[in-house]
Design a protein around this ligand. Sequence first.
Ligand code: TRP
Ligand code: SF4
Length: 403
Amino acid sequence: MPASSRQRVLSGMRPTGQFHLGHYHGVLKNWLKLQNEYECFFFIADWHALTTEYEDPRIIAECVWSNVIDWLAVGIDPGSAKLFIQSRVPEHAELHLLLSMCTPLGWLERVPSYKDQQEKLKNKDLTTYGFLGYPLLQCADIIIYRASYVPVGEDQVAHVELAREIARRFNFLYGRESGFEEKAENAARKMGKRNNNIYHELRRSYQEQGNTLSLDKARALIDTQQNISIGDRERLIGYLEGGGKIIFPEPQALLTHIPKVPGTDGQKMSKSYNNTIAIREAPKSVEEKIKTMQTDPARKRRKDPGTPEKCPVWDFHHIYSNDDVKAWVLDGCRNASIGCLECKQHIIDAVLKEQEPIRKRAREFERDPETVRGIISEGCEAARDIARDTLEEVRSVMGLSYR
Ligand code: TRP
Ligand code: SF4
């Protein structure tokens, strides 16, 4: 199918460090599948990185290009997915600004990651305007391309949900024809005072809280009206659902199953825990990190039996090992018939084998920065073409076409 008739997927990653095995198994392997099924746009979210790295933004410039090379090296194909850098499509910022005019403060304050991240990243001052606006910028990223799907992990679902609410609100505010509102209000009055009140109550509940039960009830109410014309009926439905024109379709989260990728200390692999293995970690270092990785503390000595379920190395076996090896680990660990180093060697071998072709392709791209820059320039152009069109329509419906 040609890319243009496929549904659009959009996703971004923040350039705050080297990509690691958590990113590879959690995000990138999924992108590899999606790029064959959808029209994909993947971008480096450098402005998002700035919301947490603003005090010392050097890390962003240091890793942008190596992040892009990781994408290419794992097999993201610029022939099927468009790859770009957020700050090179400044329309994201313009849309973010325009959306900020009609985004209630409370909607941003109640996004769970806002308080959670402030708690978690105590060493950073995140009581900034930019950080509060993080999910709104993300919303702009998504709806500027009118993306249908946004592949994200559990922690980002609330952000996509907010993007849906904002799209709905924008359509409601700016998607109507002139005189529409007045006509719809007149039609509502024709249902009688009581029904008029119920209608408005249900409409508010749907539009402000997204309560679909209220939407159904209001539709049923309109259905039972005998004395209104077909035209009025349609106005009432349009007014209920958010007005005539849909400027931004509501994006949907594409929730992906993310396998548990343990860090070397047994916690989830994450830059902030300093427990990562980079996608292109040097082989010696991979070996060293896995050899010294946390195991079931019950196995202090070789002859102590262990419980694989209590061992982060076992999480790696779920990702890397076949059933035979897993059976060997379960048995050998519980009976103390294998040692942890033997057990870990399987993981070391599997990780090195997985990384070898990636490392090789990355070397080729590193030797040819012109090609990498060309790929990104092309992606930025393609993204910008769409973003420009969207902004033209946005300015027009908001009454800003006099410039
Ligand atoms: N917030 C995302 C993350 O931390 C990154 C991101 C920014 C993003 N804009 C996006 C993801 C738009 C999907 C769509 O992982
Ligand atoms: Fe973990 Fe393997 Fe050692 Fe068992 S044998 S504790 S699963 S490393």
